[in-house]
Design a protein around this ligand. Structure first.
Ligand SMILES: [Fe+2]
Ligand SMILES: [Fe+2]
Length: 276
């Protein structure tokens, strides 16, 4: 329970406060407090009638400056500046993951889903907060900080286009975007180690391990919803991704890690963008 007397009235209400928080220390603190209260079984799921709705946009501090992806400066390729730029962009992605996860919890709190559905996503929300904190701390160790560089604005689009469809939200966030993380993280860890940066590589290892579980939760609950609606999960996934995600999926895929998470090739292969 939140020691400062700010315990939320419900899980949905806690999630709304987290997404709305512009102060990032507060966002992290509230993530911990809400998860603690939820797992102590002191919160109901739903908000009371008349309680505030989820914010359209997450709360953000003044820095980093947010730019459209096309206006982002080219990232320095190597050296200390390149390292900082990479960690900064990963921290930004993790911060968005914090908000995307709590948005899922709050926005879909009124759906008929088992309690274990919320257990899983509260755990994910907490892990995304940990990922952001680890990367933010690493920037400080490198004499920089989150906010020192511009970051791109655009990660919230996926939330907007899937705001009223839980199956679409699961298809696009865990099963497309987080699954993409499984493809690109192992080579990133290798490069980081080759550059002699063991500290950052250790953080990426933690993220990789946790993200496998996030994809697995996505696959589990996507199948659950399809079962309940008597729909074929692979076909529904492909329809939803075509409708809500622009550009097709980019190979190469980490088939093994994806399959371990329950995301078998029949889901994503037909959506692979042709390259060449
Ligand atoms: Fe993460
Ligand atoms: Fe994640």
């Amino acid at each position: 329970m939140d020691l400062e007397g700010h315990a939320p009235a419900s899980l949905a209400c806690g999630a709304r406060r987290i997404v709305a928080a512009a102060d990032l220390d507060e966002k992290i603190r509230l993530s911990h407090a809400t998860a603690r209260a939820w797992f102590a079984r002191t919160l109901s799921v739903r908000r009371r009638t008349g309680a505030a709705a989820m914010p359209d946009q997450p709360g953000r501090p003044e820095r980093p400056v947010l730019l459209p992806p096309r206006d982002m400066p080219k990232r320095a390729a190597g050296g200390r500046q390149g390292k900082i730029a990479l960690i900064h962009s990963l921290a930004h992605i993790e911060l968005n993951a914090v908000d995307l996860t709590w948005d899922l919890v709050g926005r879909f709190a009124d759906r008929q889903m088992p309690r274990s559905f919320f257990d899983d996503w509260v755990r994910v929300g907490l892990e995304e907060a940990k990922h952001f904190s680890l990367l933010r701390q690493r920037l400080i160790e490198l004499d920089s900080h989150y906010g020192a560089l511009p970051a791109h604005h655009g990660l919230w689009e996926a939330a907007e286009s899937t705001g009223d469809d839980l199956a679409a939200r699961l298809a696009v966030i865990p099963l497309v975007l987080e699954a993409r993380g499984l493809d690109i993280t192992p080579p990133m860890i290798e490069k980081t180690l080759a550059a002699g940066d063991r500290e950052t590589a250790a953080i990426l290892e933690i993220i990789y391990r946790d993200e496998k579980r996030h994809v697995a939760f996505g696959a589990k609950w996507f199948r659950f919803i399809c079962d309940r609606d008597r729909q074929d999960p692979e076909k529904r996934f492909q329809d939803l991704v075509r409708r809500h995600f622009k550009g097709g999926l980019k190979p190469p895929f980490n088939d093994r890690a994806r399959a371990e998470a329950g995301l078998t090739p029949g889901f994503y292969r037909p959506l692979a963008r042709l390259i060449g």
